[in-house]
Write a protein that binds this ligand. Structure first.
Ligand SMILES: [Fe+2]
Ligand SMILES: [Fe+2]
Length: 160
């Protein structure tokens, strides 16, 4: 089985994803669903191909699938952002999926930094950041006026 498919079958990934789904059931702002994670994965891979960045496909998908896994974790309750918490939660899941320590370090770094541009073009973290933002449909969002994202951060296009 491909390593990304192992993540999808991972019991911890499944249970956290289910909890996020329940917690966000009536959320009016962006959700952090499997659909969102897969959009990020696919957009990131399109960027990777179009810009010939040479990033490894399974690492893109693995990082994207787990980038918001820190939502509502015990770490977040202790005051960590979901970006930082996500890196902690993702590591054992990535280990169980068979990624190497070096790959996991890069993927967890990307998860930790997905909130903002980090000035390292072509890196997994930069691509994940861009894909995360491009995945959001701010241009047709009912909650746009109440959203905490600054106007300049809101995604206004489906193409970049
Ligand atoms: Fe996020
Ligand atoms: Fe996200």
């Amino acid at each position: 089985m491909k390593r990304v498919d192992v993540i999808l079958q991972d019991p911890e990934f499944r249970s956290i994803s289910e909890m996020i789904k329940k917690r966000e059931y009536d959320r009016i702002f962006c959700r952090h669903s499997l659909g969102h994670a897969l959009s990020v994965a696919r957009i990131a891979h399109i960027i990777n191909l179009e810009e010939a960045l040479g990033l490894e496909k399974e690492m893109i998908y693995g990082a994207a699938l787990l980038h918001d896994i820190g939502r509502y974790s015990s770490y977040e309750e202790e005051g960590m952002s979901h970006h930082e918490a996500g890196a902690f939660v993702a590591r054992p899941i990535l280990e169980r999926a068979g990624f190497t320590t070096e790959e996991i370090d890069i993927m967890c770094d990307a998860i930790m930094k997905h909130k903002k541009k980090n000035g390292n073009p072509g890196s997994l973290s930069e691509v994940l950041y861009r894909a995360d933002k491009l995945s959001r449909n701010c241009f047709m969002c009912d909650a746009r006026s109440e959203c905490y994202w600054k106007e300049e951060k809101k995604n206004k296009s489906v193409i970049y």
